[in-house]
Design a protein around this ligand. Structure first.
Ligand code: NAP
Ligand code: GLV
Length: 309
């Protein structure tokens, strides 16, 4: 295979182990951390790069994003001929299934109340809750959402799934498109968001949509902060329609210290950690796809810029 150049431009990422992994797997490649003024590269491995990177790298054939979401990249001007490839699962799906399953179970089993009682020295039990009263809706049934929906079905929750095109997943009742969105919401009490952030899905968790959830609804947002209208969530919690929320992603990250989510007792926050990029799995996936692209084969995870994911 002819030599080629890979430029690595990932913010908030220690480059050394990535470079070592990529060099070991691709001995024919010249892999380096991008510096302004660098020579032209053939491929890029990126996370939240500056616009200057793409302005100085107009000949890229392929751009590999070391995350699943490409919303931030699609705000930049990318070289038009470059194929943009995102991570597909790469070890994130099982993490997301763990995170969401524990959240749904914690809420359903009322474990926060038990923890509080125990902290106060009280030995109290409450009547068991009925699973049938806690149907879960998963928005987005892609690499992550499908795995989450099936993990929840394994715990015998009634699971609804919503996607653009209809999906047939064991144990999951499928809904598709705008026409079935309201029925999907009305059939769900716990709502899990695993949609990509696109022009169609921005602000999709708002007063109108969240009001359609069954009373006592609970929102788990693990996709992007800009899916959620923050004030609408707070208003519906304060009105009592929603029981609370678990939020892993925010419009501004880190979440500003003055933001009311920090102080709302019915909201639990985590610092964008529900599914982390795993370096070795990601390098293996990128190397496999790069090799396939070099050979002229098709690969999964190619982003359609018009669709936005
Ligand atoms: P994916 O494989 O591209 O799946 C996206 C799913 O959303 C697909 O099922 C798609 O429907 C559906 N969808 C897209 N637009 C829609 C619309 N307008 N209406 C209804 N359904 C729509 O994405 P993924 O790998 O599962 O990742 C999902 C998102 O999770 C990422 O974009 C990222 O924002 C987020 N994420 C967060 C973390 C974290 O740590 N918090 C980690 C990783 C990823 P079709 O199947 O019909 O195309
Ligand atoms: C993380 O948020 C990702 O998109 O991979």
């Amino acid at each position: 295979m002819t030599p080629f150049r890979i430029s690595f431009c990932c913010s908030n990422t220690d480059p050394a182990p990535w470079l070592a992994g990529l060099r070991a797997a691709l001995p024919q490649a010249n892999v380096s951390v991008w510096q302004p003024g660098d020579a032209l590269a053939d491929y890029a491995v990126v996370w939240a790069p500056p616009q200057q990177f793409f302005d100085e790298q107009p000949q890229l054939k392929g751009i590999f994003n070391i995350g699943a979401g490409v919303d931030a990249l699609l705000k930049l001007r990318l070289p038009p001929q470059a194929t943009l490839v995102r991570l597909e699962d790469a070890g994130m799906a099982v993490q997301m299934a763990e995170y969401v399953s524990q959240a749904v179970i914690r809420h359903f089993r009322d474990l926060e109340t038990y923890a509080e009682d125990v902290r106060n020295g009280h030995w109290t039990t409450y009547p068991p809750r009925q699973r049938s009263n806690f149907p879960v809706g998963v928005m987005g049934l892609g690499a992550l959402g499908a795995r989450v929906a099936q993990a929840l079905a394994h715990f015998e929750f009634s699971v609804n799934g919503w996607s653009r095109s209809i999906k047939a997943l064991d144990g999951v009742r499928g809904f598709a498109g705008a026409a079935q969105f309201n029925d999907f919401l009305a059939s769900s009490r716990v709502l899990v968001n695993l949609l990509p952030l696109t022009p169609d899905t921005a602000n999709i968790l708002n007063r109108d949509t969240l009001s359609r959830l069954q009373p006592g609804g609970y929102v788990i947002n693990v996709a992007r902060g800009a899916h959620l209208v923050d004030d609408d969530l707070l208003a519906l919690i304060h009105s009592g329609h929603l029981a609370g929320a678990l939020l892993d992603v925010f419009r501004t990250e880190p979440l500003p210290s003055a933001h009311p989510f920090w102080r709302e007792p019915q909201i639990t926050i985590t610092p964008h950690t529900s599914a982390r990029t795993l370096r070795d799995d990601s390098i293996a996936q990128i190397v496999g796809k790069l090799d396939a692209l070099q050979r002229g084969h098709s690969v999964g995870g190619i982003v359609d810029p018009l669709r936005g994911y």
